[in-house]
Design a protein around this ligand. Structure first.
Ligand SMILES: [Mn+2]
Length: 325
């Protein structure tokens, strides 16, 4: 059996969409909420299989990748998360680039020579890479209104991936992929009732986020605390992206209360090269991510004050730079 394995956010969805517009195939889909990244463990057996893997960290799946390659699987992988464990293998084709200005859909767009570029523009906006998204839009001479519409599309698709599990999401990512895959033109997809409903739900959750105040702030950096509610679980990613867009030089943490009382944390660094978000998050169990955006999957409830203390010290203006290795 062959598999398309992808992150359920805008970047993962659009990357697969572009590749399957280019090379149509019906494969078993494996995906999930944004943080469901250990997806290769869901592949029972790699013997004779072709796997396309998009927008999930190789390092987070390194053991399972080894297992599937040993089974005999052929694997193609596009991603922009940590891939330090990557090694050469005759059946592994890697397109991994951790540069802060690329996302998986941009890597796919390069591979396809810009053939389905409007989807890459939407994906880059969804991954909060506005400058890269605008550069791509300019390369197609897209007008301002069309660019803004693709930004809304990317943000809405990205929003749909946030939740503690797929149960929090309005549309399961595999179903959303199948709905949008019927449309080569993103502007046609944006006219569908399914998309309009999703966009309305996104706007409703955004309205609730507008009312939030910081839980902690210092030196222009801030920590926001969200309650244990489905709207907060869905909106946490939107909030993090909006904060980062509004103050690009600052650092933010969005602390989401899990249904069991522990915390799920997203960290954004405004200085990803000098103070990478992942270097802070890796100090905690279940922490990881990229230089500009990283997270902690589960912080015990009792450790919130400790986290905020370390966050404040790490991003303080007079703290020494932390270079990511
Ligand atoms: Mn991505």
């Amino acid at each position: 059996m062959d598999y398309d394995i992808f992150n359920g956010d805008a970047d993962g969805l659009c990357a697969l969409h572009m590749l399957r517009l280019h090379t149509p195939a019906q494969r078993t889909l494996i995906t999930g909420a944004k943080r469901d990244i250990e997806l290769l463990r869901r592949v029972p057996d790699g013997a004779g299989s072709a796997l396309l893997v998009l927008d999930i960290s190789l390092d987070a799946n390194a053991g399972e990748l080894r297992r599937l390659l040993d089974d005999g699987a052929r694997v193609t992988w596009f991603d922009h998360h940590a891939a330090d464990c990557a090694s050469e293998h005759p059946r592994l084709e890697l397109h991994c680039d951790g540069a802060p200005e690329v996302c998986t859909s941009i890597l796919v767009d390069r591979q396809l020579g810009g053939r389905y570029r409007p989807w890459a523009v939407a994906a880059a906006f969804g991954d909060n890479l506005a400058a890269a998204a605008r550069a791509l839009a300019d390369s197609m001479a897209l007008d301002a209104a069309s660019t803004a519409a693709l930004a809304e599309l990317g943000q809405t698709l990205n929003y749909n991936a946030y939740g503690e599990s797929e149960a929090d999401l309005h549309i399961a990512p595999a179903a959303l992929y199948q709905a949008l895959h019927a449309y080569e033109d993103p502007f046609e997809f944006m006219q569908t009732p399914l998309y309009r409903e999703l966009h309305a739900a996104y706007r409703a959750d955004c309205a609730r986020l507008q009312e939030l105040q910081p839980h902690w702030q210092q030196d222009g950096n801030a920590v926001y605390l969200l309650p244990a509610a489905p709207w907060a679980r869905r909106g946490s990613g939107v909030l993090a992206n909006r904060l980062a867009a509004a103050a690009p030089q600052a650092a933010f943490a969005v602390v989401l209360t899990r249904s069991d009382g522990d915390y799920l944390i997203s960290v954004r660094s405004g200085q990803p090269l000098a103070r990478s978000a992942c270097m802070l998050c890796q100090q905690f169990d279940s922490g990881g991510g990229r230089k500009a955006a990283a997270g902690i999957n589960r912080l015990p409830a009792a450790e919130l004050a400790q986290f905020i203390g370390r966050f404040g010290a790490y991003f303080a203006p007079d703290a020494p730079p932390r270079h990511a290795s």
